[in-house]
Write a protein that binds this ligand. Structure first.
Ligand SMILES: [Zn+2]
Length: 250
């Protein structure tokens, strides 16, 4: 029997789509419904839970019947997400360890100085005397982003040469789960958080986004281009997937 949902769970419009609720087995599951130009209903489990994209005018009853059909899968994925280890939140201070290209770097405060320097695995951060922890965090993040911009630029140039295309314009992104995007106009955005990961994973993402300059899809032809640029891409994809939930939150 289909239970009536409590009135408090009426649909709520949000910028990411309408937040609605559905009962699946014994759980009430919230989902965001977005109407888009597409041919079929798509379900995705993201950090924010279940997202549903439907073709323009699909009646809500049809959408919900579809979700119920996939209830098993949805509930399994949601519980996997809940059980997944939470990313470590960095507590900025003297002695904090943060990964740079897969190797931990130790943060050292240098009160009264204004430079930042990396030496022998120590990142010395100059700060005004009695600076707030927020100021340390701000300087630290800016430093990691600068590193990311410089390194990704070099790797893009290297792999672009391998592909025989001009080096595309680079921008950094800040997404939680997306590593890179290649836009139709040839701009590449890379997630600056990749700077925490080993170089070979950065290179894989760079090769992946560049390959989109040839193929704006994930077809077999696309993967062949990736394979030419980065032969061991399958292992890198797996490794990257495992890293997603372990990236520190700075
Ligand atoms: Zn892609």
């Amino acid at each position: 029997m289909q239970l009536e949902l409590p009135l408090a769970l009426a649909p709520v419009p949000t910028p990411m789509g309408t937040l609605r609720y559905i009962q699946l087995e014994r759980e009430i599951v919230g989902y965001r419904l977005r109407r888009a130009r597409r041919r079929s209903i798509g379900l995705v489990i993201g950090d924010d839970g279940l997202r549903v994209a439907t073709p323009g005018h699909t009646p809500i009853a049809e959408v919900e019947a579809f979700i119920r059909e996939k209830a098993r899968w949805v509930l399994k994925k949601l519980s996997e997400r809940r059980a997944a280890p939470k990313p470590p939140v960095v507590n900025w201070g003297d002695g904090t360890m943060i990964a740079l290209l897969g190797t931990p770097v130790r943060i050292e405060l240098m009160p009264g100085r204004c430079d930042i320097s990396l030496e022998h695995g120590r990142l010395g951060i100059g700060l005004a005397p009695r600076a707030e922890p927020a100021a340390l965090r701000k300087r630290g993040i800016a430093w990691f982003k600068d590193r990311a911009r410089a390194l990704f630029g070099e790797r893009l140039a290297l792999y672009a040469a391998g592909l025989g295309v001009p080096t595309p314009a680079l921008a950094l992104s800040n997404a939680r789960t997306q590593w890179g995007v290649c836009r139709n106009d040839g701009h590449v955005r890379l997630n600056w958080r990749l700077i925490h990961l080993p170089l070979h994973l950065v290179d894989y993402v760079v090769a992946h986004e560049l390959a989109h300059l040839r193929e704006m899809n994930h077809s077999a032809r696309f993967w062949a281009v990736v394979g030419d640029l980065y032969p061991d891409y399958q292992a890198a994809r797996r490794e990257l997937r495992d890293c997603t939930h372990r990236l520190p939150i700075l």
